[in-house]
Design a protein around this ligand. Structure first.
Ligand code: ADP
Length: 387
């Protein structure tokens, strides 16, 4: 472990040295410490000549150590300490200062050596901290670059997926429309017969099944197309003058006919008009009513109501199904989110219908939410400004 750390530190040091300017290379420091200590010696000598009596030759000799340590680091600073010690010993201390009985020389040199070593150690730590900061900065920069690249790749993959989705849904649309059209033509022909032959009864049932399933498939493909547009921020609105009462009535009649369920409509006699994309609002109501049909028991009625107050129009779709726990009530409007209970049940779905509803309502500057108590049914409310 220690060996690995030392190796890492040595590697970092090598890389650090390779990055710093040439004049700051430790070798330059080793070479320049000789003339710098020489200058210190001259200054100390001048001090000796000028000040008669007590003088401190160590002071001018500490200065080169400080300079060398700050610029070139620990190694060259330690060499300066050694050179300074030799200079002090040779030029400024009398030979008798060092003896078996005399500690005078040692005591006079020791403060210089200790302060020199402390300066070199502090310089070394400073250098190490600088090195670490530099490498941390480099690592952060490298990671940020990698992250950006991964992000770009993800964005590309996402774009590719969205393009595939929109192409696939576009390609699916034609055969589905054709199959459904043919089934409907056959059904119309059969309905013209006053008395249907017994062997044609299963054919009619099969055609009805084809019609119903292709209708489901069609709305699924529509949802997928809308999903692509929403993700690309390209869901187009074609604003016009809409009467919400009329839209709700059409949806309710259509859903009643196809599902055979009891769907009640409560609407004022006068029209509830607003400027909006009528088809898209119809799509929101279809989604809410189909969910009410899907998630509530067969024998429970569904209520749709339209009202207006102040400057807003309000659509409510209520069912007597199992309800939605509070913690899921907001999340079901997220793309692909399904109440875990719904996910585990046989009710299939992709979890995109309500996200599309939310997008459409919000594009009309409205709000959509769900009021529900588990076991007490759910009410989905869409509030739209009339402007
Ligand atoms: P899907 O129905 O395809 O799963 P939606 O976006 O329409 O997708 O609905 C998201 C989830 O909201 C559903 O999976 C279901 O858990 C819950 N949900 C929607 N409408 C109702 C409802 N009327 N009653 C109970 N749960 C509902």
């Amino acid at each position: 472990m220690v060996v690995v750390r030392l190796q890492q530190e040595a590697e970092r040091r090598k890389r650090y040295i390779a990055q710093i300017p040439r004049w700051r290379h430790p070798l330059v420091g080793y070479m320049l410490s000789v003339p710098l200590v020489g200058l210190g010696f001259l200054a100390a000598h001048l001090e000796k000549l000028l000040i008669h009596g007590v003088y401190f030759p160590s002071l001018p000799l500490i200065l080169p150590i400080l300079i060398v340590a700050l610029i070139w680091g620990t190694g060259p600073a330690l060499l300066s300490v050694l050179l300074g010690t030799l200079v002090l010993d040779y030029f400024f201390l009398p030979p008798e200062a060092f003896g078996i009985t005399s500690w005078d020389g040692v005591l006079r040199i020791l403060p210089f050596v200790i302060s020199g070593i402390i300066i070199a150690i502090i310089a070394g730590q400073r250098e190490m901290a600088r090195r670490r900061a530099l490498f941390a900065e480099q690592e952060v920069r490298e990671h940020a670059f990698e992250l950006e690249q991964v992000n770009q790749q993800l964005e590309q993959a996402n774009e590719l997926k969205d393009r595939f989705l929109s192409m696939a849904s576009h390609e699916l649309k034609t055969p589905i429309t054709s199959i459904r059209g043919q089934a409907q033509i056959m059904l119309r022909r059969l309905s013209r017969e006053s008395r249907l032959q017994a062997d044609l009864l299963p054919v009619r049932a099969a055609l009805q099944k084809i019609d119903e399933q292709t209708r489901r498939l069609n709305s699924l493909v529509d949802d997928l197309t809308d999903l692509g547009s929403i993700r690309a921020g390209k869901l187009e609105l074609r604003p016009g003058n809409c009467n919400l009462v009329e839209i709700c009535r059409d949806v309710v009649e259509d859903q009643r006919a196809t599902s055979g369920r009891t769907i009640e409509l409560e609407a004022p006699d006068e029209p509830v008009t607003l400027r909006a994309d009528c088809d898209r609002l119809g799509q929101v109501i279809v989604n809410l009513v189909s969910n009410a049909i899907k998630y509530s028991p067969q024998d429970c009625p569904i209520e749709v109501s339209v009202s207006q107050h102040d400057d807003v129009a309000v659509i409510r779709v209520r069912d007597a199904g199992p309800g939605i726990p509070r913690e899921h009530q907001e999340r079901i409007f997220e793309m692909f989110y399904r109440d875990p209970k719904a996910g585990a049940s046989a009710k299939n779905g992709l979890g995109i219908g309500l996200a599309i509803c939310k997008d459409i309502v919000e594009r009309h500057n409205g709000r959509i939410w769900c009021d529900s108590l588990p076991g007490n049914g759910s009410t989905f409310v869409a509030e739209l400004p009339k402007r």
